[in-house]
Design a protein around this ligand. Structure first.
Ligand code: PLP
Ligand code: COI
Length: 339
């Protein structure tokens, strides 16, 4: 069955109920057999630690339709590894890499009619998550857990796709210096809701967070990582224990080095030294590469390349990354898993 009801060119980043999701429970100290289900509603104990103490984590990855009709998953082993680290940080049982990738493949196959066509710019976004469930009230790890993966066809995360957006430096922190910033856990995102909404009300795409210890260095761009291209052509991206180690960021570091011949620096991006950059962008699974037009800090807007045009190096990185993901450009070894 096709999917005539979806206008592929108009997809944004919104929930759409697709046909099937994978679900698996952890009980009596082990993972039970998982299954695909049509039911998108979870029935869990009111005492679930996920509801009270934020014991949950999630992932985000995409499946892409290629020119030849085949389907690519982009670096799912890296999402599996990151979810294992998030689970470790919150005392939840880990899902083995092979089981994680297998669940993702099952969900893609079961929702194949929702994969946006090749060339539409969209992809099937997969959302794996683990939550603490079962009867409980004390602040302790849950007696039971659920691992699930669902899928949604998505287009651009920031309106318009590859067009520059302006961002605002937030006065809030999303994570503490030795907290959970490097884990993909819901609490970080709950903390970002108010700053994100204040930034949007003020006309910005999202907020940018500074390092929580000194508030002098850029850490993250909403739900994406920051990168900048210096005037002497270096690719710079912040390195900090409170930044989420993005898989797009990790991939761009390699593509910038090996395909664009840029020098790469993982280091500090001081908010009072933005003049060193000719271009800047946000990168992530949902955000892909979103050029940063300008950043507002202390009432002043610092514009990078342009508020309306995309810089040439950002364009090259975008072409390389999206080409690898959709199979048009040769991928480094191990990056693509066929469904
Ligand atoms: N930083 C945050 C806070 C995120 O939510 C994301 C999105 O997953 C990223 C960075 C980018 O990570 P990735 O490239 O793995 O999607
Ligand atoms: C992703 O890019 O997968 C993210 O997690 C962003 C999201 C929170 C919407």
């Amino acid at each position: 069955m096709g999917n005539e009801s979806i206008n592929w060119d108009k997809l944004g980043f919104d929930y759409i109920k697709t046909d099937k999701r994978f679900i698996q429970t952890w009980k009596n100290g082990e993972w039970q057999a998982g299954t695909l289900t049509e039911d998108n509603v979870l029935h869990i104990s009111e005492g679930s630690t996920a509801l009270h103490y934020g014991q949950q984590c999630f992932e985000g990855l995409k499946a892409y339709r290629c020119k030849d009709g085949s389907i690519n998953l982009f670096r799912p082993d890296q999402n599996a590894a990151r979810m294992q680290r998030s689970c470790g940080r919150l005392l939840m049982p880990q899902v083995p890499t092979e089981a994680f990738i297998d669940a993702c493949k099952q969900v893609v196959r079961a929702n194949e009619r929702f994969i946006p066509p090749y060339g539409s710019g969209g992809a099937l976004y997969l959302r794996p998550f683990v939550i603490g469930t079962g009867d409980n009230i004390g602040v302790r790890t849950a007696p039971e857990f659920i691992f699930s993966v669902f899928a949604i066809p998505v287009g651009a995360y920031f309106k318009g796709g590859l067009v520059p957006h302006n961002f605002q430096i937030s006065g809030y922190d999303r994570a503490a210096p030795h907290g959970t910033g490097a884990a993909k856990v819901g609490g970080n995102y709950a903390a970002s809701l108010l700053p994100g909404s204040e930034a949007k009300k003020a006309g910005f795409a999202d907020s940018i967070y500074l390092d929580p210890a000194t508030h002098s260095k850029i850490e993250e761009v909403g739900s994406a990582n920051f990168f900048g291209i210096t005037r002497d052509n270096k690719f710079i991206t912040p390195k900090s224990p409170s930044v989420l180690p993005g898989i797009t960021r990790m991939s761009l570091i390699e593509l910038a080095k090996t395909r664009l011949g840029l020098e790469v620096v993982e280091g500090e991006v001081f908010i009072d030294q933005l003049d060193i950059f000719q271009e800047a962008g946000a990168c992530g699974t949902a955000a892909v590469i979103s050029p940063i037009g300008g950043i507002e800090y202390q009432g002043k807007l610092h514009v990078f390349y342009s508020e309306t045009e995309v810089g040439p190096i950002t364009q090259k990185l975008y072409k390389e990354l999206t080409g690898v993901q959709s199979g048009d450009v040769e991928a480094p070894e191990g990056w693509i898993v066929k469904v």
